[in-house]
Design a binder for this molecule. Structure first.
Ligand code: GDP
Length: 381
């Protein structure tokens, strides 16, 4: 025991007496602060003051940091909303990349019967040695057809498919290198021209609310005056409440967090839905080169907080809440999907066993068997 204490607390054998060993046990029971405990055993006049107070587990966060930086991060962002609302421009402005250079725009005739198709672009970006694999999932065709009923189905199918793939990989043999393609956040673009939510907006957000973190945005906010933006935001918040739409909920700030962070957090929460402006061009404003839109009557600056919420959106999405979005996806949305899958599988297996144990030639049971097969096929279990 003495040699163990010597090793653990780096103290000399002469400083350890049988009474100090006794004290360890007594103090262990009363859960003494380890720092005080070391001082207690070694004495305040020990020979290695720095080592005495330092066991080493304080480096754990650094170890985690180093490991995750080496591994890199991934994030999948979905953008949805009618075409022409500025989705591609905003994504390019957010990540300073051109993700849609080879995009083919359809004419009106081609769009009449267009179904929603899902496209995926992946870029590897690096900043200060930290690598991020960013995947942008676009939903061209959403809300563009004459009949838009159930136009959200392609999107929900896509999200389910990613969950399904992850579930399979997780249950497979090689669990080490699973590629996570689950959608972590969906930016939903609401047009600035209306008087609130349209039926298609309500349907879409309701269909997605339990599968992905939905963040509503007011697109092309430069079309509105500040008071119009304020009014539209209030209206949208009221309607989101009224129709019971579950959008992404910001986690509460810890009470011991510093005041500046608490203020920032409150401001972010109050800005929902973010009113955003996008631009791929750099213009000159107040003697500086800024990302903005040049109009005959002036310049609207994308990164100017008094012009729009672009900076708030970027802060939320990249700097403060990216990890929370991933955690909610994994711990909440994916967990729900997984629980449902396991429940269905268990039910199917139970029914299967019952039916196969019984008389195979019983026509009534055979009907059940076909039902089970249909169930398996539908659930892709
Ligand atoms: P998407 O089809 O939703 O991806 O829309 P695009 O990004 O292709 O943008 C469609 C058009 O809207 C382009 O002419 C853009 O220059 C313009 N646009 C994009 N963002 C904004 C914005 O914030 N305000 C205004 N007024 N126009 C925008």
């Amino acid at each position: 025991l003495i040699s163990f204490l010597e090793e653990m607390w780096c103290c000399s054998p002469s400083s350890i007496t049988s009474s100090s060993v006794k004290t360890v046990f007594v103090n262990k029971r009363v859960k003494m602060d380890p720092k005080k405990l070391i001082k207690h055993i070694v004495g305040t006049n020990g020979s290695h003051p720095a080592e005495k107070d330092y066991v080493g587990f304080a480096t754990l966060p650094n170890q985690v940091h180093r490991k995750s930086v080496k591994k890199g991060f991934d994030f999948t962002l979905m953008v949805a909303g009618e075409s022409g609302l500025g989705k591609s421009t905003l994504v390019n402005s957010l990540f300073l990349t051109d993700l849609h250079k080879d995009r083919k725009l359809l004419n009106a005739e081609e769009r009449i019967n267009q179904t929603v198709e899902i496209t995926k672009h992946t870029v590897d970006i690096e900043e200060k040695g930290v690598k991020l694999k960013l995947t942008i999932v676009d939903t061209p065709g959403f809300g563009d057809a004459v009949n838009n009923s159930e136009c959200w189905r392609a999107v929900t199918d896509y999200i389910n498919l990613q969950f399904e793939q992850y579930f399979r990989d997780e249950s497979g043999l090689n669990r080490k290198n699973i590629q996570d393609n689950r959608v972590h956040c969906c930016l939903y673009f609401i047009p600035p021209f209306g008087h609130g939510l349209r039926p298609v907006d309500i349907e879409f957000m309701k269909a997605l609310q339990d599968k992905v973190n939905v963040v509503p945005l007011i697109a092309k906010a430069d079309c509105l005056t500040p008071s119009e933006i304020k009014k539209l935001k209030e209206r949208l918040r009221e309607e989101i409440d009224k129709y019971g739409i579950k959008i992404y909920q910001f986690p509460d700030c810890d009470s011991d967090e510093d005041e500046e962070l608490k203020r920032q957090d409150k401001e972010l929460k109050e800005s929902i839905p973010f009113a955003v402006i996008g631009s791929n061009t750099v213009v000159e404003a107040r003697g500086q080169r800024v990302r903005g839109r040049l109009y005959p009557w002036g310049i609207v600056e994308v990164e100017n907080p008094s012009h729009c919420d672009f900076v708030k959106l970027r802060t939320f999405l990249i700097r403060t809440h990216m990890h929370d979005l991933k955690d909610i996806t994994s711990d909440c949305h994916y967990e729900n999907y997984r629980a449902q899958c396991i429940q269905t599988m268990t039910r199917c297996v139970c029914v299967c066993v019952c039916v196969w144990q019984d008389d195979v030639y019983d026509l009534h049971k055979l009907k059940h068997k076909s039902d089970i097969l249909t169930m398996f096929a539908a659930q892709r279990v």
